[in-house]
Every structure is written in C-alpha cells, then in structure tokens.
Design a protein around this ligand. Structure first.
Ligand code: FES
Ligand code: ZN
Ligand code: ZN
Length: 307
C-alpha cells in the first residue's frame, strides 16, 4: 500500500475513496477535508468565536486539534457528568481534556455537574422513570441544555460537536427504521441559530471513526479509550455494528447512506422541522428563562430541582 501523493509507505487505506496516504499526507488530507466541509455547509468563519464540546474521546480532541491548526478561534467545554462508579470514566476524560488544552494553551471550561447541581448525572437519572436503569436519555438532555446555555451565556457564535460519520449513520439508521420524521427533518451538519438556541455544527460528520482514531494516534493525542460504561449494549452501538457489516461488504456504504439522505432532505423529502420563533418566544422556562416546549418549568430544571 503506497501513498497516492508521494509513493511512500501508506499508514491508512481509505477504502471508500480507494486511496491510501502516508502519515504526512494523511494529516494534510484531514485538515483539507475538514475545511471543505466547513465551507460546503457554511458552518462558521475564522472571525467567529467557537465552542467545541469535548468529552476526552478521540473524536472531540482530534477535532479541536484540527480546528486549532486551521486557525479557528475555538475554546473547549467539558461537562463532568460524574460517571465514576464502575471505573473513573469522567475523571480520566477530564484529565485528558485538561492535558490537551494545557499543551496547546487553549481555553477549556469545565462544568462539574455534581458541584453545581448537587448530584451526578446517573444520580439525577436514577430518580426518573426513563433513566433509572440507564441514564443515557437524561444525560443527553443535560448535555444539550448545558451546551446551549454555555454557548449563549459565553457569547459564542456556534457550538461544535464531533459527531463522526459512524455516529450520524447510526442515528439516521435508527430514525429510518422508526420513520421518525421529526428527527429525520432535523438531522443536518449545520443547524442555524433560532430564538434561544445557539448555532450548532458538526465539522467531522464526513469522517469515519477509524479515520479520526488514526488522526488522533498519529498526532500523539492522548484520549480516553473506553466508551461510557452506560453506552455498552446500547441501540446506537448495535446499529453501528450492523452498519459495519454493510461497510465491510460494500466499502463506502455508510457515506452513500448519509449523503443520499442529505440529498433527499435538500429536495424536501422530509418536513423541515423548524420551531417557530414566536412559539419559543412565548414559552420560556419560568425558572431559567431558556426556551421550552412544555409550560412552566423546563425539563432540565425539573430534573435538577429535586436534587
Ligand atoms: Fe451520558 Fe454515557 S455519556 S450516559
Ligand atoms: Zn505521502
Ligand atoms: Zn429551566
């Protein structure tokens, strides 16, 4: 396997593109591809202030590194969820984020959920009907709420998450199998800001998981290898396995699946679910002032107020 550009020994074979690259040219390719995606979807510019959600895993740290190298003005946000019961998952993740930021002199904001709200996310979730066996859905709610709040309060132009192609394809697969039209209409690499909601972008949505892992390793980025212990056995993981079987037989399957969906979305195949600004304006949480679909207190405030 030889590098397409220089003929030296390749370190990665991109089967879906039918090309291979050496270390130097692979790293260059990742930067170029990211820039292309940012431009294609008109995500953000170098003059804007960006906030990247970092988990301590390969995708988010690799993405922060790429954006930093490309010259974007990007700070990090780590939400310490307090998942340390089986192994010190949150503790380790936090340390990797801190080491990463310190080495590059980047700004990292940490929100310790237990210190701020009195309970860890698994503790909060254990009091709810949906979350008492697995905290994942409540955890998703906490993350979405806090990312948005921190982006707005900090005056950031956009919040970035490091969802990769495997994540997007698995989410899409779940939504297609359930025909969840609402979600199908909203899954897009860029969600513009609306009243009370920050702009959200996914600049890594075209990279396979193995590509971001290779990038992180080649760049010497230290990251947490383990998944969240609660993600083990989840539907998302199962869907990723199914899609990997398809990809093995047909290299490029996941890319085609995802890009085909984006084309269909653009043609109006799914109702574009845009919340009306006025509706959100009318409904504000009586406790925190954030937009909410329910009347009175929002779901996040309801979750934490019993703490
Ligand atoms: Fe939230 Fe696993 S990361 S439950
Ligand atoms: Zn090369
Ligand atoms: Zn609220």
């Amino acid at each position: 396997m030889k590098c397409k550009k220089c003929g030296q020994k390749a370190v990665i074979d991109l089967r879906q593109h039918n090309i291979a690259y050496c270390q130097e040219h692979y790293l260059e390719w990742v930067l170029n591809q990211t820039e292309r995606v940012i431009e294609k979807y008109d995500m953000f510019t170098k003059d804007e202030r960006l906030l990247v959600a970092v988990s301590g895993g390969k995708d988010s740290l690799a993405m922060w590194d790429v954006l930093w190298q490309l010259g974007y003005n990007v700070d990090g946000l780590y939400l310490d969820l307090g998942i340390n019961d089986q192994d010190p998952y949150s503790e380790n993740s936090r340390q990797f984020c801190q080491q990463f930021a310190a080495a590059r002199q980047l700004q990292l904001k940490i929100i310790d959920i237990r210190a701020k709200y009195g309970e860890t996310v698994p503790e909060m979730a254990s009091r709810t009907k949906r979350g008492h066996t697995k905290p994942c859905s409540q955890c998703g709610l906490v993350k979405r709420y806090l990312l948005n709040k921190e982006a707005l309060d900090g005056g950031y132009d956009a919040i970035l998450t490091a969802h990769n192609l495997d994540d997007e394809a698995a989410f899409l697969f779940a939504n297609v199998t359930h025909w969840s039209l609402d979600y199908l209409g909203r899954q897009y690499p860029l969600l513009p800001a609306t009243t009370g909601f920050a702009r959200k972008a996914k600049p890594f949505c075209r990279f396979y998981e193995r590509e971001t892992a290779t990038y992180a390793i080649l760049r010497g980025i230290q990251y947490v290898y383990t998944e969240c212990p609660y993600a083990v056995g989840s539907k998302q993981m199962r869907n990723k396995r199914y899609l990997n079987l398809m990809e093995d037989e047909q290299p490029g399957f996941k890319t085609q699946f995802y890009l085909g969906y984006l084309r269909a979305l653009k043609k109006g195949a799914f109702p574009h679910h845009q919340e009306k600004a006025e509706d959100l304006e009318l409904k504000r949480c009586t406790n925190c002032g954030q937009p909410t679909r329910s009347n009175g207190v929002c779901t996040f405030c309801r979750l934490v107020e019993d703490a």
